[in-house]
Design a protein around this ligand. Sequence first.
Ligand SMILES: NC(=O)c1ccc[n+]([C@@H]2O[C@H](COP(=O)([O-])OP(=O)(O)OC[C@H]3O[C@@H](n4cnc5c(N)ncnc54)[C@H](OP(=O)(O)O)[C@@H]3O)[C@@H](O)[C@H]2O)c1
Length: 270
Amino acid sequence: MARPGMERWRDRLALVTGASVGIGAAVARALVQQGLKVVGCARTVGNIEELAAECKSAGYPGTLIPYRCDLSNEEDILSMFSAIRSQHGGVDICINNAGLGRPDSLLSGSTSGWKEMLNVNVLALSICTREAYQSMKERKVDDGHIININSMSGHRVVPQSVTHFYSATKYAVTALTEGLRQELREAQTHIRATPLSRPSLLAQCISPGFVETQFAFRLHDKEPEKAAATYEQIKCLQPEDVTEAVIYVLSTPPHVQIGDIQMRPTEQVT
Ligand SMILES: NC(=O)c1ccc[n+]([C@@H]2O[C@H](COP(=O)([O-])OP(=O)(O)OC[C@H]3O[C@@H](n4cnc5c(N)ncnc54)[C@H](OP(=O)(O)O)[C@@H]3O)[C@@H](O)[C@H]2O)c1
C-alpha cells in the first residue's frame, strides 16, 4: 500500500543510480513497492535483474527496469537518458546514489583513485542532475525531485587519511545540492509568466554516517578484515534506514523542501 503522500508518484519514473547493491538497491526496491517505475542503473546489471525479478514475484505494484551504465563514462550516462526518453518519456525523480571511496590519502594516494571518486561522486552526479532537469523541463514536470545521497563526510573531516579525498567529494555534493537549489529557484522564477514564490523542482540531500553495505569492502578491497571491523564496531545504519529518509523526502507536501537529513548510528562518535 502506498504511504501517505506517495500516491502522487504512482507510475511516475525514478532513476536510481548505483542500484546493484547497498543503499541504491534498497531505495529501488522501496520505490517499486510504492508503485513507481524505477530505472536502476549500475555496472553489475545482473544484480538489478535479480532484484527486478524479486520485486515482480513479491507482487509490488511498480516495476524495476535494469540498465547497465558505467557512470564514470559520460557517453554511457547520455545513452541511458536517451533510452529513458525514447522508451519511458523522461525522469520525474533522480536519486544520485552511486558513489565510492578509494583508500588514497592526500600525501601518497594514487591519482587514478582520486579520479575514480571524482568521476562517480561528483561528475556523474552533476551530469545526471543536468540531464534529469532538462528532462523535467522539456516535459513541463512541475513537481520533480533530485535527491543526492551525500554523507556525514560531506559535513566534517574525520582524522582518517583514507577518507580525506572521499570527504572532499562529499563536501562538493553539499555545495552542488545548495547550488542546485538556488539555480532551480532562479530558473523557475524566470520560466513562468507568474513568478513563483517557491520553486517546484526540488534539490535535496541525505547525509548518512556508517551504513552497512559493500562500501567499506570496496574502500578497503585489499583488507577485508578492516572493512568487516568497520561494520562490527558499532550497530550501523541499514540501507532501509536511508530508504525511509528518501520516502519521507518524497512524501512531503509541495510547500516543504528538506535541505539535508543528517543521520548517524546512535553509537557513532564522529
Ligand atoms: N555505506 C556507508 O557507510 C555510507 C555512508 C554515507 C554515505 N554513503 C553514500 O551512499 C551511496 C551508496 O553507497 P553504498 O553504501 O550503498 O555503497 P555500495 O554498497 O558500495 O554501493 C555502491 C553503488 O554504486 C555503484 N557504482 C559505483 N561506481 C559506479 C560506476 N562507475 N558506475 C555505475 N555505478 C557505480 C555500484 O554499482 P556497480 O559496482 O555495480 O557499478 C553500487 O551499486 C554512496 O554515494 C556513498 O558515498 C555511504
